[in-house]
Ligand binder design. Structure first.
Ligand code: NAP
Length: 352
């Protein structure tokens, strides 16, 4: 038995793929065995195929690896694989992930399978019980592996804060986002579209936030998820910030807690990753700032090594019940860090 689980990364050259590589350096349970991307990158050394955009240096041994095509046979030939992280574009991920799931567990950042009835959409602190869908999925589809998905980056931070508020009865949510450029991948939004500007539309994002949040906060009934009975309205906008999505959130609650009770609820919120002490779990999933001008992307996105959601300006709302801002690092808590935390939970539960 090998000491660590070997992992292949699909979409390894992209924004999220690079974060996976960075965050997996020195991981106690997982090590990278195969890097896969498009035909454009295949057969090249990783350092030639990838335009590395992170502040930390590309690990030397990763730069030396040869990228392979995102194709089951090529990946199998390239190295030992126990499970797969997928950071492929949603538009092409569907058939590729199904092919890999016939053999391997896949933890996917892509949207292709998120809303399918037998596919878990996991935030480890919020709905770990939804992993029970995996055995149903494997039986139904006849796969040796399975697909588990992580939500959209802007959904994850919202859903974590709403989960904490569920004890007060969440009825309606309005959310308005200010989303970072790295959320659009690389090269992403053309510079002349975003300098001195805000783009008030992100294709498909509002529907994802509304539908995914209801599934994540839904209840597992033995065979399927009953979506939460919450009305959600999202408005999504791209702003001139490198990393870190900021969201203005307005929530109508059944109960009427005080602002202090809401802050205390956020501060005390923990989930299974904290109880299990998973390697990537932040000590505090939600950090509450008291300053009137926080959270801010530049100062708060790295809180909890990018895995904490930072909440601020919690106050009463004259139309809904409560309002606040929340901020999350979109490529860490919203993407690669989320995928790794999900995989750590699955590993602990014997699913990998
Ligand atoms: P990206 O920077 O555009 O990277 C895309 C990756 O997919 C690259 O490695 C690219 O390889 C590969 N790829 C593209 N077309 C391919 C094809 N036809 N066959 C095989 N590989 C192909 O995108 P990203 O921002 O990393 O996003 C990756 C996924 O994560 C998307 O589904 C996105 O929605 C999701 N996501 C992103 C974020 C974020 O903050 N960026 C957050 C949450 C979720 P080449 O370099 O060879 O072209």
């Amino acid at each position: 038995m090998r000491l660590k689980r070997e992992v292949a990364i699909l979409g390894a050259t992209g924004t999220v793929g690079q974060r996976f590589i960075q965050l997996l350096q020195g991981h106690p349970w997982f090590e990278i065995s195969v890097l896969a991307a498009s035909e454009r990158s295949a057969r090249k050394k990783y350092r030639e195929a990838c335009k590395w955009r992170l502040e930390t240096a590309m690990p030397e041994e990763i730069g030396d690896m040869t990228v392979v095509n995102t194709n089951l046979k090529e990946v199998q030939q390239a190295g030992d694989v126990d499970f797969v992280f997928s950071a492929l574009p949603g538009s092409i991920a569907g058939p590729i992930e199904r092919e890999f799931a016939s053999e391997y567990p896949i933890v996917s950042k892509a949207s292709a399978h998120r809303m399918e009835g037998d596919v878990p959409l996991i935030i480890p602190e919020v709905n770990p019980e939804h992993l029970q869908l995996i055995s149903i999925q494997k039986k139904r589809r006849g796969w040796n592996g399975f697909i588990s998905t992580d939500p959209n980056c802007s959904t994850i931070q919202l859903a974590i804060t709403l989960k904490a508020l569920m004890k007060f009865g969440v009825k309606k949510v309005i959310v308005s986002t200010m989303q970072a450029l790295s959320g659009a991948g690389y090269p992403g939004v053309p510079s002349l579209d975003i300098i001195d500007n805000v783009v008030p539309y992100i294709s498909g994002e509002e529907e994802k936030m509304e539908n995914e949040t209801r599934k994540i906060l839904g209840t597992f009934y033995g065979e399927e998820i009953q979506p939460a009975n919450i009305t959600i309205s999202a408005s999504c906008h791209r702003v001139n910030v490198k990393d870190g999505h900021l969201e203005a959130v307005y929530v109508e609650l059944e109960q009427k807690p005080t602002v202090e009770e809401v802050k205390e609820t956020f501060r005390e919120f923990v989930g299974e990753p904290q109880r299990l002490k998973l390697p990537t779990a932040p000590e505090r999933p939600i950090i509450v700032r008291e300053e009137t001008d926080r959270p801010q992307p530049r100062f708060d996105r790295d809180a909890g090594k990018g895995m904490s959601v930072v909440v601020g300006r919690v106050r009463r709302d004259p139309i809904m019940t409560i309002k606040y801002l929340c901020l999350g690092h979109n490529t860490i808590r919203g993407a690669a860090g989320a995928g790794i935390l999900s995989a750590e939970l699955m590993f602990k539960k014997g699913l990998l």
